[in-house]
Design a binder for this molecule. Structure first.
Ligand SMILES: NC(=O)c1ccc[n+]([C@@H]2O[C@H](COP(=O)([O-])OP(=O)(O)OC[C@H]3O[C@@H](n4cnc5c(N)ncnc54)[C@H](OP(=O)(O)O)[C@@H]3O)[C@@H](O)[C@H]2O)c1
Length: 318
């Protein structure tokens, strides 16, 4: 498709409207494939922490005839997220969608420059801050899609079998300190990851109520073995994921591949023109609505996560 690719204007008049899509974490795995898919529909704003890795993805998109812009941003650092959001606004692009995809799963916890748990900062605080900063600049009907994870649900069978015990939220401040509700997962980093993803899904549901002019949704992309997500795990596990589990993924329930996940995500973000999607929907790995944990369906919980996250982020100097 040409660099000036267009999506149909909602309402189906046939008049093309320009489109741009913001993708965080486009340098690996699911986000990379989603960015390549979205480049078929418009300009892609590539948001990531390495200028070199962003340049490589941008070159691939441009070689295929698309357009892309790179914005360097460390999602684990709220100050970096603020700067990146301001830079994106300055670009003046007609944003049709924001994909909050960047994420990590750490085996050994680390902290960001503020001393906050890096998994919580990257997976929850970063996308939260980016969305809040960009929301006033998004046109009515724009899509905001958060890449969540089924491991937030303590009753989801495949997650429980893998050793997760669901989100273990105490408070946003406790999460920043790396403290989780006791009695959780024995998987190293399991509670940090599940809690950060539960907070993302709670944010989806709360924001969709707060901002009804936007379409704010979540997606569980399926278990995608062999992406960079397990990069902190030992070599044997990484090889197992890449060479044994990844080839099996297309055949196993709840599993997926970055190619399929990228297509599902692009479909959700771009369908709005012809088949407007709703808001506050949580999609599964095939793009079908799914439920999520009982806790995220308590609006009081979602509102508490949002209020506490705002209060935590407000501590970061301007
Ligand atoms: N893989 C799965 O089974 C699975 C299942 C459910 C949900 N998910 C979610 O899907 C999303 C994508 O994961 P993936 O499996 O594709 O992993 P991946 O291959 O490791 O990709 C993660 C992406 O996030 C970026 N990123 C990480 N930390 C960042 C930071 N501080 N600032 C900016 N960008 C950062 C990475 O950039 P670099 O290239 O610079 O590292 C990379 O582009 C994540 O949110 C993950 O939690 C994955």
């Amino acid at each position: 498709m040409s660099p000036t690719a267009r999506t149909p204007r909602p309402g189906g008049t046939g008049t093309p409207a320009p489109a741009a899509y913001i993708v965080t974490g486009p340098t690996s795995g699911i986000g990379r494939r989603a960015a390549l898919e979205l480049a078929e529909h418009g300009t892609v704003v590539l948001v990531g922490r390495s200028a070199d890795r962003l340049a490589e993805v941008r070159e691939v998109i441009e070689r295929r005839g698309g357009t892309a812009v790179a914005v360097v941003c460390d999602l684990a650092e709220p100050a970096s997220v603020r700067r990146a959001a301001a830079e994106i606004v300055t670009l003046g692009l007609p944003i049709a969608g924001l994909l909050n995809n960047a994420g990590i799963a750490q085996v050994a916890p680390t902290t960001n420059s503020l001393g906050w748990d890096t998994t919580f900062a990257t997976n929850h605080l970063g996308p939260f801050a980016l969305t809040e900063a960009l929301a006033p600049h998004l046109p009515d009907g724009a899509q905001v899609l958060f890449v969540c994870s089924g491991v937030e649900d303590p009753t989801r069978k495949p997650a429980v079998m893998a050793g997760f015990r669901g989100g273990r939220y105490v408070s946003a401040e406790a999460s920043a300190r790396g403290e989780w509700e006791p009695g959780g997962s024995k998987l190293p980093g399991g509670d940090a990851y599940a809690t950060s993803k539960q907070c993302s899904l709670a944010t989806v549901l709360a924001f969709s109520r707060e901002l009804p002019r936007l379409r704010i949704n979540g997606v569980e992309p399926g278990f995608n073995p062999g992406t960079g997500l397990g990069r902190d795990s030992n070599l044997a596990l990484r090889l197992l994921g890449r060479f044994v589990l990844a080839p099996l993924a297309p055949f196993i329930k709840y599993w997926s591949t970055p190619g399929t996940a990228g297509r599902v995500i692009a479909r959700i973000l771009t369908d709005g023109g012809d088949r407007p999607t709703g808001t506050g929907v949580y999609y599964d790995e095939k793009g079908r609505p799914m439920r999520g944990s009982a806790l995220v369906h308590e609006p009081e919980f979602d509102d508490r996560v949002v209020a506490e996250t705002r209060a935590l982020l407000a501590q970061v100097p301007a």
